[in-house]
Design a protein around this ligand. Structure first.
Ligand SMILES: [Zn+2]
Length: 308
């Protein structure tokens, strides 16, 4: 099978899944992400081999649904219910549904339905975490994010990267479909319900696609979108910081500010606990206790994103 990313190794079978995990663990890899085509028997063995070494398995799944993955022992599910295929009418066991899956999700999946709420409870009882990536979903919605948000990231993009972004964005704006907006709303509702049920939600920006989500800028945007989803600013900040540290088992070192912990933090002008947009006003960045000027950091990557 061809992979959408040529650097991804496509597994032959369950034995290959175990072998692949063992090989990379021996090379020093500390966590694994299973991708869309992985089949139930392959995921099962991959999880067993990772867990045997005390390592975790996350997944951006498609052929395996969320409940099935939870039963197989996965630790975290990337992106949220938008990529959970188990409720789609075209889903067949062990197969990733065809390309209309995104449309099927927007049209068919009801977050308030008993089936989805059961799935949420199931994830929580299996201690499966979820990673929110709202920023990358947002860029498929017409005229989002607001252009003034994107202008902040423009200088980091190469000229070609910026023109690609504008071209794709205007194509999305001309396409009148509301499906992507519906999907974003449903994803937000799912994340709220998952946390309400006791689930561990983390956040990442997923800087993929056509240049609309950049590392750092995308993480800040993710925080703003969590607040739009209904979380308080403080809850959103915890999701994006402390919860990731808890998942990694490193919350005694990172994820919150306390004496004795690693000084990885940003100093902000304003109060994001009240107004989440203030996260964009970074004055100083500390990494391992060393302070950096954010203007110089941004200048150091000027024009680099999108170069081949
Ligand atoms: Zn992914």
């Amino acid at each position: 099978m061809l992979s959408i990313a040529p650097q991804l190794h496509t597994l032959d079978d369950a034995q290959d899944a175990g072998r692949t995990v063992d090989y990379w663990a021996a090379e020093g890899v500390t966590s694994f992400k299973a991708y869309m085509g992985i089949k139930p028997d392959e995921l099962k063995v991959a999880v067993e081999h990772a867990h045997a070494k005390g390592l975790k398995m996350t997944g951006h799944l498609c052929a395996v649904g969320f409940r099935e993955a939870a039963a197989l022992g996965i630790d975290n599910l990337e992106h949220g219910i938008v990529v959970d295929t188990e409720f789609l009418p075209t889903k067949k066991p062990g197969v990733c549904p065809a390309k209309d899956a995104a449309e099927d999700f927007a049209k068919n999946v009801d977050i308030e339905s008993a089936a989805v709420q059961d799935m949420i409870r199931d994830l929580v009882s299996h201690h499966v975490a979820v990673t929110s990536t709202l920023a990358v979903f947002e860029i498929t919605v017409p005229n989002r994010p607001a252009m003034r948000k994107m202008l902040r990231a423009r200088d980091a993009l190469s000229p070609q990267g910026w023109s690609t972004y504008l071209r794709v964005r205007s194509g999305i704006a001309e396409d009148n479909s509301t499906l992507s907006a519906i999907s974003l709303k449903k994803e937000m509702q799912f994340e709220r319900d998952f946390v309400k049920a006791g689930g561990l939600l983390m956040a990442g920006c997923d800087p993929t696609s056509f240049g609309g989500v950049l590392p750092g800028f995308g993480d800040q945007r993710g925080l703003e979108l969590l607040v739009e989803a209904g979380f308080s600013p403080l809850e959103a900040i915890h999701i994006a910081t402390q919860n990731g540290a808890i998942y990694l088992g490193e919350s005694d070192q990172i994820g919150s500010i306390a004496a004795g912990k690693a000084a990885d933090l940003v100093v902000i002008a304003g109060n994001p606990a009240q107004n989440i947009d203030d996260v964009e006003n970074v004055q100083l960045v500390f990494k391992d206790g060393v302070g950096f000027d954010p203007v110089k950091l941004t200048q150091s990557v000027q024009g680099l994103v999108g170069l081949r």
